[in-house]
Design a protein around this ligand. Structure first.
Ligand code: G3I
Length: 334
């Protein structure tokens, strides 16, 4: 019999899911699954800048409030995602009406206003924020290009907007845990950049408390890459959270797609998820949260027509998959 995930992991870390406002409703199957399995919740989209403040000065709180209310009535933590990103951010935060980049002064004032308003509103409810998301360049093994230079934030400010964003968030809620969040963070070319960034922020007394490893991993993800990354970040003295865990069933982006969950897929996921949770439990002294980027296989950003990703422990009907019981066995053996 399946033990709810939040009970299974209660001695280790909160276990979370990313959701839409529609899913955060006790009258739906998703709401019931959330209540049963998860102790933490994150908005998949509706706390991003373009969702909260599509037009300057006009905030849309409805979806985000719904998720926060659901969390409160079910005693769940809320992870906020995200305050500063190059994507899903309205153009007015970057450009004037002629399409020219804003001056530093104006862009800074707007960023400050946005972060202050959002963090203040959810001060008592959101315990951790992804303050800056995906600021680092994703490839470049030689480390010459450090930042994502095509980000309008970077074009306007260079790297200094990162420092400012953390300071604004901390002023608005001194109790919130503030995270830098990124993907591909277990690869040497990326993790070293994350390390250098966080080290620089800490050395400059910028309030940063954690690193979010997104966890869009593969069934072939290397155990050593995860361990080496966690060892490296341990040395920074920050918390680590796995913020966007999902594991598509394919070995590569070119493997033909399927809409059926085969035994092969199941086998791959059992191996991979067991390995991953075994490692995460080994590091549970520094890992303070693990969040799946969805609830069950019915809804995931990874799906394409004719190519379902089946990335979670719960199936399309939100029932535990064989891999769920494999993970359960692993946790119980520890
Ligand atoms: O808001 C519009 C809506 O008005 C329109 O009707 C609809 C029609 O397609 O599109 C809606 O926007 C979509 C949005 O999700 C909200 O549903 C976008 O097209 C779609 O691209 C967007 O995808 C999201 C993606 O971030 C955008 O970058 C995914 O749902 C979300 O899972 C994904 O999450 C990101 C994390 O924030 C950061 N890390 C990577 C992760 C996966 O890409």
């Amino acid at each position: 019999v399946a033990i709810p995930l939040k009970e299974l992991f209660k001695d280790f870390f909160p276990i979370g899911a990313a959701v839409t406002p529609q899913q955060a409703d006790p009258g739906t199957n998703h709401g019931v699954a959330l209540q049963k399995h998860f102790s933490s919740i994150t908005a998949e989209n509706v706390m991003k800048p373009d969702a909260l403040q599509r037009n300057k000065g006009f905030y849309t709180w409805e979806g985000a409030d719904r998720i926060v209310q659901f969390a409160k009535s079910n005693n769940m933590k809320v992870r906020g995602h995200t305050l500063t990103w190059h994507s899903q951010t309205p153009d007015w935060m970057f450009y004037d009406q002629d399409g020219a980049l804003l001056s530093k002064e104006i862009a800074m004032e707007q960023l400050k206003e946005h972060i202050t308003t959002v963090v203040t509103r959810y001060k008592d409810d959101v315990y951790a924020w992804d303050v800056v998301n995906e600021a680092l360049f994703d490839w470049d093994p030689n480390g010459v290009i450090v930042y994502r230079e095509d980000s309008p934030w970077y074009k306007i400010f260079g790297e200094s907007y990162i420092d400012s964003a953390f300071v604004f968030a901390h002023r608005a809620d001194p109790n919130a845990k503030l995270f830098y969040n990124d993907y591909n963070s277990i690869f040497s070319w990326k993790r070293n950049k994350i390390y250098d960034l966080v080290k620089r922020l800490k050395d400059n007394n910028i309030p940063i408390h954690g690193v979010g490893l997104q966890g869009h991993w593969m069934v072939e993800t290397s155990e050593q890459d995860i361990r080496t990354t966690l060892d490296l970040f341990r040395g920074l003295g920050v918390e680590i959270q796995i913020t966007e865990l999902d594991l598509p069933v394919y070995l590569s982006n070119t493997e033909p797609g399927s809409t059926v969950y085969t035994d092969t897929f199941s086998f791959r996921q059992k191996q991979a998820y067991s390995m991953i949770f075994n490692v995460l439990l080994d590091y549970s002294d520094i890992i303070t949260g693990v969040t799946f980027w969805g609830i069950g296989d019915d809804h995931t950003w990874l799906d394409q027509p004719g190519r379902k990703a089946f990335p979670f422990l719960l199936d399309e009907e939100l029932k535990p998959k064989p891999v769920y019981f494999e993970v359960q066995k692993l946790v119980q053996s520890r």
